[in-house]
Design a protein around this ligand. Structure first.
Ligand code: ARG
Length: 438
């Protein structure tokens, strides 16, 4: 092999020398105006904003005033501008619309290549819904790395992606897709299943080697998988500690899937950066999260979709039954977390429900205790900080990426307008504008 691959590599490296010299075009200058801008980092409104954009960055934000010369003007009339939204928990590889209505048929007839072929469609839907950055918390065969790279290179349209690659999990646990099948069926392909301190360290390194930006692991059992329990811990404290230690050594943050009270506390003690789902978090867990500065990500919309659609989609009744055990509890836990003043970031687990519907979670968060401003902060300032990108996304400020969205109406009066984002700009490039100027 090396004899064949080495010259090919040399050729690839030599190619750019023969390519025509790239010209750097002058950066485009755009001036955006609207009725108001929500500035979540200050919890404030800017009336009659004038946002000056140069290239992919925001240059200046003013309240009122004339558009300076040399700027292309986009007037959004009576609309409200906000920073591009961030979803810190998605799975772009899957979507319920891919289901044939027969769970087992899909498992046996579809592969990760089918998921790879359609993932760009869901990336685009996510972006069109106003989500300019997402954290993809697990997908097979490094689909999320390929997607991220193609988007960054401008080959396809989609949000900025932080990729977790393969989710780590214990044998027979939430990340082990082969549980419950005949032991004589072999599933091939990359898997994040790893047991024991050495193996989990190795898997973290492998993921980093393949392009992971963040680590995802299954601290507890889950709903949409074959185990009996929804919330039982699936890794030992030592394994969780090792995952976090190894990930942090490589500069990667860690997200832990955990529904059960015990698993949540173990993950927090291990030092994870965020706990996902958090369904049965108890008082002690809330306290620990505060002490450790752990972000909590509650996917509180999911329950509605699973209960109304998953039987029709042919999912095993055992999974729907498990959802019935945690759905309501999760929302009550969310309310307690809001009241306790926890660090909350927006994450939907989209992929479990259709991509592009991410914004539906805002109304749920407000229904269960947040103010509209808090829900918006969760999906901007807070999520940006959780992702370690608080210096470039999540706010409309000079030097930040020109990631902006706009909606008709006022999301502070009716947060559900965020389900219908009419204008999207990512890195200064117009993605869509369905908002009529005044
Ligand atoms: N991926 C998660 C799991 O299978 C989805 C949980 C959805 N339910 C909920 N109430 N948030 O465990």
């Amino acid at each position: 092999m090396p004899a064949i691959r080495f010259p090919a590599l040399l050729l690839a490296l030599a190619l750019p020398a023969f390519a025509p010299a790239a010209e750097t075009p002058a950066p485009t200058r755009v001036a955006l105006t609207a009725a108001r801008l929500i500035a979540p980092e200050q919890g404030k409104i800017v009336e009659h904003p004038l946002v000056l954009i140069e290239g992919d960055r925001i240059r200046e934000v003013r309240s009122g005033g004339a558009v300076p010369d040399g700027y292309q003007k986009i007037d959004l009339g009576a609309a409200t501008l906000l920073p591009g939204l961030i979803d810190s928990h998605v799975h772009l590889g899957g979507d319920p619309t891919l289901s044939s209505g027969n769970y087992y048929e899909d498992t046996l007839k579809r592969s990760v290549i089918d998921d790879a072929v359609t993932a760009h469609v869901f990336a685009k839907r996510t972006l069109d819904a106003g989500f300019t950055t997402v954290r993809n918390l697990g997908s097979g065969a490094y689909i999320d790395v390929a997607l991220r790279n193609a988007i960054d290179a401008g080959r396809i349209e989609g949000p900025r992606i932080l990729a977790a690659t393969l989710a780590l999990g214990a044998t027979g646990g939430h990340a082990d897709d082969t549980t419950g099948y005949s032991p004589y069926i072999e599933f091939h392909g990359a898997s994040g299943v790893a047991d024991g301190v050495e193996a989990v360290r190795k898997q973290v390194r492998e993921n980093v080697k393949r392009g992971a930006d963040v680590t995802k692991f299954m601290a507890s059992a889950g709903v949409l998988s074959a185990e009996e329990s929804v919330g039982a811990p699936q890794y030992s404290q030592e394994e969780m500690n090792a995952i976090v230690d190894e990930s942090h050594r490589w500069g990667r943050k860690v997200a832990a899937h955990a529904h059960g009270a015990e698993a949540i506390k173990m993950a927090i003690k291990a030092g994870v950066d965020s706990v996902e789902h958090c369904s049965m978090i108890d008082e002690e867990g809330l306290k620990l999260a505060k002490q450790h500065g752990t972000w909590l990500v509650f996917d509180v919309y999911n329950d509605d979709y699973i209960l109304s659609e998953y039987a029709r989609l042919g999912y095993p009744a055992t999974m729907v039954e498990k959802e019935k055990k945690v759905g309501r509890l999760q929302r009550e836990s969310f309310r307690r977390a809001v009241q306790a003043g926890e660090k909350l970031a927006f994450g939907t687990d989209a992929g479990v429900y259709p991509h592009g519907w991410n914004g539906k979670q805002f109304a749920k968060m407000v229904e269960w205790g947040m103010t509209p401003m808090q829900a918006i902060q969760a999906a901007t300032t807070n999520a940006a900080e959780l992702l370690g990108r608080g210096d470039r996304i999540g706010a409309v400020k000079p030097g930040y990426y020109a990631d902006l969205v706009a909606v008709s109406g006022d999301p502070l009066a009716d947060v559900a307008v965020l389900e219908r984002v009419g204008f999207v700009m990512k890195g200064g490039a117009l993605v869509k504008n369905e908002i009529a100027p005044k």
